[in-house]
Design a protein around this ligand. Sequence first.
Ligand SMILES: Cc1cc2nc3c(=O)[nH]c(=O)nc-3n(C[C@H](O)[C@H](O)[C@H](O)COP(=O)(O)OP(=O)(O)OC[C@H]3O[C@@H](n4cnc5c(N)ncnc54)[C@H](O)[C@@H]3O)c2cc1C
Length: 269
Amino acid sequence: MRIVVCVKQVPGTSDAKIDPNTKRIIREGIKSIMNPFDLYAIEAAVQLRERFGGEVIALSMGPERASAVIREAMAIGADRGALLSDRAFGGSDTWATSYALSRAIDTIDALSKSSGGVDLVICGKQAVDGDTAQVGPGIAAHLGYSQAAYVAAVRGVKQDSITVQRMNEDGYDVCEVAFPAVITVVKGLNQPRVPTLRGVLAARAADVPIWKPADIGAALDKIGLDASPTRVVKTAPPEPRGGETVRIAGTPAESAARLVELLKARELI
Ligand SMILES: Cc1cc2nc3c(=O)[nH]c(=O)nc-3n(C[C@H](O)[C@H](O)[C@H](O)COP(=O)(O)OP(=O)(O)OC[C@H]3O[C@@H](n4cnc5c(N)ncnc54)[C@H](O)[C@@H]3O)c2cc1C
C-alpha cells in the first residue's frame, strides 16, 4: 500500500494573533508544532504499512521551516517526505491548498505507477489554526478520489478498498471506500507512538526535497492568494456570554426542582 499523509505546521499556542491587514496568522516568534490531528493520521498510515507493506510519504505545504513536520513524521515512521514551498503558494485558501497538495499527490502517483501508485491519502480532520476541515475533502475532489471524513476506526482493508467507521452527528457510519481514497481522521483513532531516538536521528539526516510549482505541474493561476476564491475579511473572538451565574444549593432533589423552576421562569423549557 502506498499512503500519502498530509501534515500541516501550525502555531503551538492558542494565543496566536491575526495580522489586522493581511488577516493571516502572525507566525514570527511563535513556536510551531505539527497539527495535533495529523499525528493520528501518521500513526494510522504507519500501522497500515506494518500490516500490509508498502510505504508512507509525508507531504506538507508551507515555508521552508515546515520541513520540521516532515522530519517529525519520518521520526514516527514515514519512509520519506516532500515539502511544497515557494512564494507562489503563499496565501492559498483551502481550495488552492488542496489543489497544490493534489498536484503533488498526482506527481507521487505518476512516479510510482509501476509499483501500484497511490492507494490512500490520510489527513487530520482539521487544522487547529484555519479550522475549516476542508482540505482533505478538497484533495479528494481535485483528484476524483473517493473519500470518508471524520474517520474514528479502520474496520478492514481489501485489495481495492478500505472499510472505515466515520463519525456523524447521531452516531457513526461504516463505509467501504474504494481506492484510491482520501480519509480524514479524528482524535482517538489510535494512540500515536513516541518517536525513537534512532528515528529522530535518521529523520534529522534525511533529505527532504522541496517542490516548486513546476515540479508538480501546478498552474500558477490556481495557487496563492490571488488564485484563492476565499478571502478572510474579518476574524474576531466570540462575544463573551452575558448573563448571571446562579448557585443552587440544597439536596439533589431540591436543586433539581429549583433548576426546573428557574428554567421555566426564563421560558427555556
Ligand atoms: C483564522 C483563519 C481562518 C481561515 N479561514 C479560512 C476560510 O474560511 N476559508 C478558506 O478557504 N481558508 C481559510 N483560511 C486559510 C486556511 O487556513 C488555509 O487555506 C490552509 O492552508 C488550510 O486550511 P485549514 O488550516 O483550515 O486546514 P483544514 O482543512 O482544517 O486541515 C485538514 C487537514 O488537511 C491537511 N492540511 C491542511 N493544510 C495543509 C498544508 N498546508 N500542508 C499539508 N497538509 C495540510 C492536514 O492533514 C490537516 O489536518 C483561514 C486561515 C486562518 C488562519
